[in-house]
Design a protein around this ligand. Structure first.
Ligand code: P6P
Length: 339
C-alpha cells in the first residue's frame, strides 16, 4: 500500500472548487448531493436480488417502458437528495413527463442550477444482474433568478453544460464526472461508504479496437452504419475490431472510455431518431467524451451543438474514440452521397 493517502471525492470537490468562476460552493454542494444519493441507490441496487423490490411496478414511464421498482426508487432518491439540500431550482428526469420545480422553502428559488437525470439507465438489465447506471447533466438556469423555473432552463445546447457525469453500479461502483476541466473517476469503498480518486484525468484512447452496437437491428440500420460495421469486421490493418455490447449505455460507455472504442445507437427504419435521449443521456456522455479527448455526434453533427426542442427527444448517437467516430461519420456521409 503506497504511503500517500488516496484522495476522497469530498476532498477533491473542495480542492477543485476554485475551478468554478465566482464559486459560491453551490455546485460543490450539488455534486455532493449526487454523491450521497448514489450511495443510497448503490445499496438498493446491491440488495435488489434479496429484497422484494425487483420486477415491475406495473406502470409505464413517458418512454412507454415498464417502470422497474428500482427505477422509481432511484428517481425518488435523487430527487429527494437534490431537493432537500436546495441546491437546484429544477429537475428533469427520464421518469417524469414534465420537469419538477423545487419549491422555494429556503434558498432553492435562488439556486442557479438545474439538473437533468436518467436515474437508473439500463434498468431492463436489473433482473439479470447486469450493471446499470445513473447519468446526470447540470446547467445554469437562463430564466430570471427567483422566478419559477422554465422549460427553457432545460432545453439548452450541450455546450452550455456546467457539469456532467455518471454512476456505474457494476463490479465496483464508480462516479465519473467533469466540470469542464477534464474527467476524473472515483471508486466507492462500500465498507466505509467513501469514494476514492481511482482514475485521474481519464483520456480515451484516440483509436480503440472495440465497437458497441446492437447488431440485432442490422437490417434496420442506415446504409452508412451497415458499411461501417463491415469495415470494423474486415481483416485489414488493425482490424477486425472486437464487438462488445452490454446493452447498458453507462457500462458500454465506461469500458470504451478506459479502453477506447465506439458506441453507436443509430437511427433505424422504425426509430428515425434512434433510442437515446439528447438531454439526459447523449449530452452528458458527449461532454465527458470530449473532455476525455473523444468525439460525439449524431453521425453528422456534434451532439452538443444540437438545439433541443423537447425534454425527452431522441437523437442518433455515435460516441467514443475520436478517430473511430470520424471514420463512422465518413461512412455516413458517403452513403448519403450515394442516395
Ligand atoms: P437496445 C437501456 O434501455 C438503454 O437506454 C441503454 O442503456 C442501452 O445502451 C440501450 O438502451 C439498449 O437498447 O435496443 O439495444 O436493447
Amino acid at each position: 500500500m503506497s504511503g500517500q493517502a488516496l484522495q476522497t471525492l469530498g476532498e477533491f470537490i473542495i480542492e477543485k472548487q476554485d475551478d468554478f468562476q465566482y464559486s459560491t460552493g453551490e455546485l460543490s454542494r450539488l455534486i455532493s448531493s449526487i454523491r450521497i444519493a448514489s450511495k443510497i441507490v448503490n445499496r438498493e441496487v446491491n440488495k435488489a436480488g434479496i429484497a422484494d423490490i425487483i420486477g415491475k411496478v406495473g406502470k409505464e414511464n413517458i418512454q412507454g417502458e415498464e417502470q422497474q421498482k428500482l427505477d422509481v426508487l432511484a428517481n425518488d432518491i435523487f430527487i429527494a437528495a437534490l431537493s432537500q439540500r436546495e441546491v437546484v431550482c429544477g429537475i428533469a428526469s427520464e421518469e417524469n413527463d414534465d420537469f419538477i420545480e423545487i419549491k422555494c422553502t429556503g434558498n432553492a428559488h435562488l439556486s442557479k442550477y438545474v439538473v437533468l437525470i436518467d436515474p437508473l439507465d439500463g434498468s431492463s438489465n436489473i433482473d439479470v444482474n447486469v450493471s446499470v447506471g445513473t447519468i446526470f447533466s447540470i446547467y445554469r438556469r437562463v430564466s430570471n433568478p427567483g422566478s419559477p423555473v422554465q422549460l427553457e432552463d432545460f432545453l439548452q445546447k450541450g455546450i452550455n453544460q456546467v457539469a456532467a457525469g455518471y454512476v456505474v453500479y457494476g463490479s465496483s461502483t464508480m462516479i465519473v464526472y467533469t466540470t469542464g476541466n477534464g474527467v476524473n473517476g472515483f471508486t466507492l469503498d462500500p465498507s466505509i461508504g467513501t469514494y476514492y480518486l481511482s482514475h485521474k484525468d481519464i483520456k480515451i484512447p484516440t483509436l480503440g479496437k472495440i465497437y458497441s452496437i446492437n447488431e440485432g437491428n442490422y437490417i434496420k440500420f442506415p446504409q452508412g452504419v451497415k458499411d461501417y460495421i463491415k469495415y470494423c469486421q474486415e481483416e485489414e490493418d488493425d482490424r477486425p475490431y472486437t464487438s462488445r455490447y452490454i446493452g447498458s449505455l453507462v457500462s458500454d460507455f465506461h469500458r470504451n472510455m478506459l479502453k477506447g472504442g465506439i458506441y453507436i445507437y443509430p437511427s433505424t427504419s422504425q426509430s428515425p431518431n434512434g433510442k437515446l435521449r439528447l438531454l439526459y443521456e447523449c449530452n452528458p456522455m458527449a461532454f465527458l467524451a470530449e473532455q476525455a479527448g473523444g468525439k460525439c455526434s449524431d453521425g453528422y453533427r456534434r451532439i452538443m451543438e444540437i438545439e433541443p426542442t423537447e425534454l425527452h427527444q431522441r437523437v442518433p448517437f455515435f460516441c467514443g474514440s475520436a478517430a473511430m467516430v470520424t471514420k463512422a461519420e465518413e461512412f455516413m456521409a458517403k452513403a448519403v452521397d450515394k442516395n
